[in-house]
Structure formats: structure tokens, C-alpha cells
Write a protein that binds this ligand. Structure first.
Ligand SMILES: Cc1ncc(COP(=O)(O)O)c(C=O)c1O
Length: 495
């Protein structure tokens, strides 16, 4: 108990007010161990207006040296790591960040991620936790979300819905009503516990498929992602390909666009149970409607992996996958501009009617939640979920929408400038936040280009382009604009 208290002693020399409120609040004290002498002693001790120095010297008399250590800033406690972080900050600030899967998250998100929420276990789901002490976190979310929703979603129905989401549900409901209201309109619910994009995709497969069921997705060398399945002639590289059977669809090498006709033909032979619509290195909008038709033909689930574009989707500057998908997965740290994590949106409610007119309901909720926890994870990362709430609050602001619009406009200008300088772009341009440059005609490969750019303090990444045989020495370079927008100076120069 003592060490836990010590970890929240304030760093300033001021009175320890952060401790007073939780411990002096009658509700908390009555609920927590009223008869515990230790707790009451601490309440007396920390409740008095002592400086940190006084507090340390008092506890150090009883040989408790750890409170001081627990409250020592990083720069003093571990200068080596502090120095590395400072250098990285410097690199991010001074260099040009052109990696389309990266972003600079906001100060407020970083505050939430670096907060005491990292201390808290809350395995389970709202109303069914394996740990006590989760009420405070919930009520913080309820308050901030209510305020935000009143501004962003004034429709009464939405507010009523929010009222329904009682305090104990908000941890996971936090993202329910963002992303342009699509979630409400198309009846989605969300799990925000998933730790990152690859595990989230695996959680979806595990929830909805049996081992060795069939998945179709964009081939990795054509812009897909490892977590959609990847294997070479000799080895299954992605666990998705180990535990499930995967069949890629590809780009039309002439146009650089997804070859939907070929995908449709392959699907007839392969009969997939799940089709993934989404990419890591595809600069064009995806035809979700078309993919829905293919999925329907084979009674397959359509999973939209919008990891790269969710920020653009939430601002309405690229087409949204929600209308046509069954499941939508996104990471939260790319264009969305939040903390590192993921969200899995799934349809809930009525799917249709059977031939007798009886309602058929989606059965995703229980399966997906179970697959995330206890299937493949333990305790949720509450600091990340707190950061995500903060990031999603920003999604509803005009500043955020303007930023995402600018990202797409900058990228279009960037594509034009590259073409004018004689570079080949896969698909000949871009609709979103990234460009994929085919360097073959320039007589250089992506690895070398990446290294030379790095030496000039420009961070981009090598990428396979159609026709490549090696992923290690690919023929292209992928560049994107979510970060670069922050430098107004650069913005003027890209044209
Ligand atoms: C389309 C897509 N899905 C999933 C992922 C995996 O995300 P993570 O790196 O968080 O596992 C990525 C990462 O780049 C991605 O681009």
C-alpha cells in the first residue's frame, strides 16, 4: 500500500492535493477498507500540507527510500534514456517525416498516455471486470464525453443513446459515436481494447473463422499488409497464413489500381470466408461497394482495414468503408493522430430478415469481444484508451477536419510535383495521404533511395511496387503527408 501511495506523491514542492481528494472523499473511504490502519495513517500523513522534501525525509526515517526514486524525473533517474528521447524529439522536429503510417500526436494525447491510467488493470468489459477500482476512470470518461457529444452530435437520439451508456460502459463505448456519425447510422459498435493493428486483425479472424478457413486480401508486394496474410514459396511469413489459408488479389500492373475483375474470378475458385478491403501502400480510394458484392456472392465477411486512412475517413475527405463493411478495423496512431492502438468496429443489431420474415441479427459482438479478451489479450491499456478518447474528441473539431483536408491536398500537389520531375507513380497519382513512387526507370532501388534520403534527414520508406521480386530490395519508395503538414514552411515548398 505504501509504495502505491508513494508513486503518486507530487513532484512539485506544493501540498499533495492530488492525494487528498481520492482519500478524503467519504464515498471512497467508506468503500475502501475503512478499518485499515495503514490507509488511515497515510490519509493523515499525505492529507497534511507537506512539501515533497518533507514527505521524503519523513518516510526515509523509516528506511522507505523508494518514494524519492519513484518521483525522480527521467532526466535525473536515467539520463541515457532521456538523452535518446531528446535526440529522437530533435530528429522528428528537424527532419522531414514522410512516412505515411506515422503522425505527430498531440500534447494532450501524450499527457493522457503518460498518466496514472497506465497503473490500472481492468481486465474484462464494462460491468464485468476482474478488478475493482474502475469507477473513477469511468466517470472521467463520462464527463468528458458528455461535453464533447453535446457539441459534436446535437441530435437528441445520439444524446439519448449516450445516456444509456452508463458510467460503467464508457471505457469501451468511447469511440462509439465518432467518425462522422457513420457508426450510429450503420449500427456499429466498437471494441477499443485491442493493442495494435496486427493483433486486431488476428482477433477478427480468430473470432469469425475456424482454423484454415479462407481469407482473401491484397497481396503484400502489391500494397497489402502482413497481417492480411503473406507467404513465400518456401515459408509462411505471417501467422495469418499459418493459421488460415490465404489467397491474394493484386493490382492491375498496367494501371496500378486494384484488379477487381481478377479478384472476383479468384473468389469464385477460392470461395473465401473473409475478404479484407484495405492496404498499407495503396494511393487510391477503395471500391467498397464492389467488394461488398463479391463478399455477398460468397457469403463472406467484409473486413475493411482502414488503418492508414481512418483520419481521412473521420474528416470525410475519402470514402468511408462503414456503409459496405461488416467489420472495420483501424489503428489509432496513423492518420487518425492518436496513441498507438487499434479499434475494431463491428455491426450490431438487425442484419436482415429470413424467408419467413423473421429478423436475423448480427452475432459479431460476443465473438469479437471474446476473441480480444480473454482470447488473445489480458488487461486493456487504459492509458492508451484514455489517449484515444482525447484523440477522438479532436476528430470532431473544425481544426481536425481542416488538417485532414490539407493532408490530402498537399499529397496531391506532391504527386504532381514528382510527376513533373519525371518520377513514375504507381497508379499515376493519389487520392489519399500517400504516393508510391516506382523508381525502376530511375535506375535506383527503394533501399538506396531510402538511405540517401535518411542521410538528408528525410524519413521515408522503401516499398515493393508491382513487378518486384524482392521485398528486401524493392523498386519503390512510399511517401506520405500526415506529418509534413505541420511544417508550414515545407507546405509552401511542395508546390
Ligand atoms: C493496413 C494496415 N493494417 C494493419 C497494420 C498493422 O498495424 P500495427 O503496426 O499497429 O500492428 C498496418 C501497419 O502498418 C497497416 O498498414
Amino acid at each position: 500500500m505504501r509504495s502505491r501511495m508513494a508513486s503518486v506523491v507530487r513532484r512539485t514542492g506544493a501540498a499533495t492535493s492530488s492525494l487528498q481528494s481520492p482519500l478524503s472523499a467519504p464515498a471512497v473511504v467508506s468503500r475502501c477498507l475503512v478499518h485499515c490502519d495503514d490507509l488511515l495513517q497515510q490519509q493523515r500523513f499525505y492529507g497534511s500540507a507537506v512539501t515533497n522534501e518533507e514527505a521524503y525525509s519523513r518516510v526515509e526515517k523509516s528506511h522507505a527510500t523508494w518514494p524519492r526514486q519513484l518521483n525522480t524525473p527521467l532526466s535525473e533517474l536515467d539520463p541515457e534514456i532521456w538523452d535518446i528521447i531528446e535526440k529522437e524529439k530533435n530528429r522528428q522536429w528537424k527532419g522531414l517525416e514522410l512516412i505515411p503510417s506515422e503522425n505527430f500526436t498531440s500534447l494532450s494525447v501524450m499527457e493522457a498516455v503518460g498518466s496514472v491510467m497506465t497503473n490500472k488493470y481492468s481486465e474484462g468489459y464494462p460491468g464485468a471486470r476482474y478488478y475493482g477500482g474502475n469507477d473513477l476512470g469511468h466517470s472521467i470518461f463520462v464527463r468528458s464525453l458528455r461535453e464533447w457529444l453535446r457539441v459534436s452530435f446535437p441530435q437528441a437520439a445520439v444524446l439519448e443513446h449516450m445516456e444509456e451508456i452508463s458510467a460503467s460502459r464508457v471505457f469501451e463505448a468511447v469511440a462509439l459515436l465518432v467518425l462522422r456519425g457513420d457508426l450510429v447510422e450503420f449500427g456499429y459498435f466498437v471494441n477499443v481494447q485491442s493493442l495494435s493493428g496486427s493483433p486486431a486483425n488476428f482477433q477478427v479472424y480468430t473470432a469469425l473463422l475456424k482454423p484454415h478457413d479462407r481469407i482473401m486480401a491484397l497481396d503484400l508486394p502489391h500494397g497489402g499488409h502482413l497481417s492480411h496474410g503473406y507467404q513465400t514459396d518456401t515459408k509462411k511469413i505471417s501467422a495469418t497464413s499459418i493459421f488460415f489459408e490465404t489467397m491474394p488479389y493484386r493490382l492491375d500492373e498496367q494501371t496500378g489500381y486494384i484488379d477487381y475483375d481478377q479478384m472476383e474470378k479468384s473468389a469464385v475458385l477460392f470461395r473465401p470466408k473473409l475478404i479484407v478491403a484495405g492496404a498499407s501502400a495503396y494511393s487510391r480510394n477503395i471500391d467498397y461497394e464492389r467488394m461488398r458484392k463479391v463478399a455477398d456472392k460468397h457469403k463472406a465477411v467484409l473486413l475493411a482495414d482502414m488503418a492508414h486512412i481512418s483520419g481521412l475517413v473521420s474528416a470525410g475527405v475519402v470514402p468511408s468503408p462503414f456503409e459496405y463493411s461488416d467489420i472495420v478495423m483501424t489503428t489509432t496512431h496513423k492518420s487518425l493522430r492518436g496513441p498507438r492502438g487499434a479499434m475494431i468496429f463491428f455491426r450490431k443489431g438487425v442484419k436482415g430478415v429470413d424467408k419467413n420474415g423473421k429478423e436475423i441479427k448480427y452475432d459479431f459482438e460476443e465473438k469479437i469481444n471474446f476473441s480480444v479478451f480473454p482470447g488473445l489479450q489480458g488487461g486493456p491499456h487504459n492509458h492508451t484508451i484514455a489517449g484515444l478518447a482525447v484523440a477522438l474528441k479532436q476528430c470532431a473539431t473544425p481544426e481536425y477536419k481542416a488538417y485532414q483536408k490539407q493532408v490530402v491536398e498537399n499529397c496531391a500537389r506532391f504527386a504532381k510535383a514528382l510527376i513533373a520531375r519525371g518520377y513514375d507513380l504507381v497508379s499515376g497519382g493519389t487520392d489519399n495521404h500517400l504516393v508510391l513512387v516506382d523508381l525502376k526507370k530511375k535506375g535506383v532501388d527503394g533501399s538506396r533511395a531510402e538511405r540517401v534520403m535518411e542521410l538528408a534527414h528525410i524519413a521515408a520508406n522503401k516499398n515493393t511496387v508491382p513487378g518486384d521480386v524482392s521485398a528486401m530490395v524493392p523498386g519503390g519508395i512510399r511517401m506520405g503527408k500526415p506529418v509534413i503538414f505541420y511544417s508550414l514552411h515545407w507546405r509552401k515548398q511542395v508546390t
